[in-house]
Design a protein around this ligand. Structure first.
Ligand code: ADP
Length: 269
């Protein structure tokens, strides 16, 4: 329960002082506020591309009607904006599905290095197009652990995609995994998978909030890269479902390392 402190001026007859009203904000009220903020954010995120598209439709009907070059350019922009809305809706659906499954433990045994090699292969063309090389380490041997394959693919796709988007200047992304005999955060053995880039890095003050829905360090930059601001929130919920941990380390101007620590068995905690 958080306390909200309101300092209000006293009525005129008690002039010269201030009164402190201590009010309890229940967890329910906080949850309700978060829900309202989320709806406001979603509406804003959807309205931005929609406003742009409406504007271009008007221009195409009016001033640009007979200008073929302008028409092509505007149609390209409208296609991009529609793509943005589509990505946002996909991510919202993913997030909602992941949240609703969060309490159900995954039961499949999967080969994690194989899964990671598959994700790296899928992302390689995108990395190459951004002028990056993806280097892997520790993904040669089979290692079985419990997990939801589709969701873990999504986790590592999101992390590698971010490393490509925000790490392009570093030229190199490293993806690897290693065993941890005793991980204090998990109270047992586990596997740590890291995705590391040498890009722009993240200022320390942002790190604690990075997995919040729609939290971005630079909204303009994220949008320009096609980001929805939901990628890391999705990652966080999937990792929670696997009883794992997400560790974020970064230094401004030097790069970032995102580590997903997964327990070897799901019998604990
Ligand atoms: P987005 O769709 O904006 O990329 P994410 O939830 O995936 O949303 O990430 C949230 C924010 O965290 C990003 O907008 C970006 O500012 C920051 N971020 C994520 N990954 C990295 C990275 N590898 N390097 C620098 N900044 C990053």
């Amino acid at each position: 329960v958080a306390a909200e402190i309101t300092v209000s001026p006293l009525p005129a007859m008690l002039d010269g002082g201030a009164m402190i009203v201590l009010q309890d904000r229940t967890a329910d009220e906080q949850a309700e506020q978060m829900r309202r903020d989320f709806v406001a954010n979603v509406s804003h995120e959807l309205r931005t591309p929609l406003t742009a598209m409406t504007g271009f439709i008007e221009t195409l009907r009016g001033p640009a009607r007979d200008d073929a070059a302008a028409r092509d350019r505007f149609l390209d922009i409208m296609e991009r904006e529609a793509g943005r809305m589509n990505r946002l809706i996909q991510d919202l659906l993913s997030l909602s599905r992941v949240q609703s499954e969060e309490r159900r433990r995954p039961s499949t045994l999967l080969d994690l290095p194989l899964l990671l090699r598959g994700v790296v292969a899928t992302m390689a063309p995108q990395a190459e197009a951004a002028g990056l090389r993806i280097e892997t380490e520790g993904l040669e041997e089979r290692q079985r652990l419990p997990g939801d394959p589709d969701q873990l693919v999504q986790v590592f796709q999101n992390l590698i995609e971010n490393a490509i988007k925000y790490g392009a200047s570093g030229g190199l992304v490293r993806v690897g995994m290693r065993r941890i005999d005793h991980e204090p955060l998990l109270r047992g053995p586990g596997w740590a998978v890291h995705v590391e880039d040498r890009g722009e890095g993240i200022d320390e003050m942002h790190l604690p909030r990075l997995t919040e829905r729609f939290y971005r360090v630079d909204t303009h930059r994220s949008r320009a890269q096609g980001g929805t601001g939901l990628g890391l929130a999705i990652v966080k919920h999937i990792v929670n479902r696997h009883r794992g941990r997400l560790k974020i380390e970064s230094r401004k101007g030097q790069g970032s390392r995102f580590t997903v620590i997964l327990p070897e068995t799901l019998s604990r905690g």
